[in-house]
Design a protein around this ligand. Structure first.
Ligand code: AMP
Length: 301
């Protein structure tokens, strides 16, 4: 296992691997690794020879008042976990000063994907996606991957990063991996650790809501109002859940759609607070061509 802390080392290693004809794949994470992250790492090996997992709790993607300080940092356990998967992995774990020379608020250059960062989570987390795209751009420049793997759990993040790579002509293939879930359906998330037992039990409503939306759409429901209403009624079964948003949006533009178009792909997405803990879930669904075509499950993002 190789652990790298500086940009210079990461770039030097990437240059050497590239000259040796190796194909490089990056898995960006904030650590506190769980089964969702591990699925990304396994997928990464399908797309290249050398896999780097970056572990960096990025200060600029936390909006004011969010959980940057208390976000779980478990580097030792993460290293052990990755070692078990493949001792040939590289871990890139830079300090904040390495990624943001000076202080994060002295950074003057930002990458912004307009419009796509203003809907869904972007509407409620000021500056979040600007922080994400900027740090991913830096990670791409540090690790020089041919491909990078992201979870569809953070569906908007995936759409935004894919668009950033396309618009900036980045020669990096952006790969999405389906959400990995607990046995009851709750999506794995580093933030699940914050939940009380009671909230953890109630949190199953998120996956129930998006699964319900997927079923409705696959059976031919084309009115997003009806889909949103059905998701809301499922979410209301969690007495202590506070719904932040429930939306059905176009899978590419992330703009709300009122009437679903056959053949198009939509994203049904929810965000719910339990206490201070904010959870999200979502599903990409292809709208069937006709009501008899129920093959629309898991529309490709
Ligand atoms: P994070 O460490 O939370 O920033 O996540 C790092 C990467 O793991 C992101 O691309 C996430 O979308 C992905 N990820 C997080 N949770 C899951 C999950 N349950 N299933 C699949 N991917 C996930």
């Amino acid at each position: 296992m190789t652990i790298i802390h500086t940009i210079a080392e990461a770039q030097d290693r990437a240059d050497r691997q590239r000259s040796a004809g190796r194909r490089l794949v990056l898995v960006p994470t904030m650590g506190a690794l769980h089964r969702g992250h591990i699925a990304l790492v396994r997928e990464a090996f399908e797309h290249g020879d050398d896999v780097t997992v970056s572990i960096f709790v990025n200060p600029t993607q936390f909006a004011p008042g969010e959980d940057f300080e208390r976000y779980p940092r478990t580097l030792e356990e993460d290293v052990d976990r990755l070692e078990e998967i493949d001792p040939g992995l590289t871990i890139f774990a830079p300090s904040a000063g390495e990624m943001y020379p000076g202080e994060p608020d002295e950074n003057l250059t930002w990458v912004e994907v307009e419009q796509l960062d203003q809907t869904l989570c972007g509407r409620h987390r000021e500056g979040h996606f600007r922080g994400v795209t900027t740090v991913v751009a830096k990670l791409f420049n540090a690790c020089k991957p041919h491909a990078a793997v992201f979870g569809l759990k953070d569906a908007q993040q995936f759409v935004v990063i894919r668009r950033m790579a396309a618009d900036l002509l980045w020669d990096v293939k952006v790969i999405g991996v389906p959400t990995v879930r607990e046995p009851d359906g709750l999506a794995h998330s580093s933030r699940n650790a914050y939940l009380t037992e009671d909230h953890r039990r109630q949190a199953v409503v998120l996956s129930e809501a998006v699964n319900g939306a997927e079923r409705l759409i696959s059976r031919g429901e084309q009115h997003s109002e009806a889909i949103v209403e059905s998701m809301l009624s499922r979410l209301r079964r969690a007495p202590e859940g506070r719904v932040q948003y429930v939306e059905v949006v176009d899978a590419d533009s992330l703009q709300p759609v009122s009437r679903l178009h056959p053949g198009r792909c939509v994203l049904a997405a929810v965000a719910v607070f339990f206490g201070e803990t904010r959870l999200i879930d979502s599903t990409f669904v292809r709208v069937p061509e006709s009501t008899s075509d129920s093959s629309g499950k898991n529309g490709s993002p």
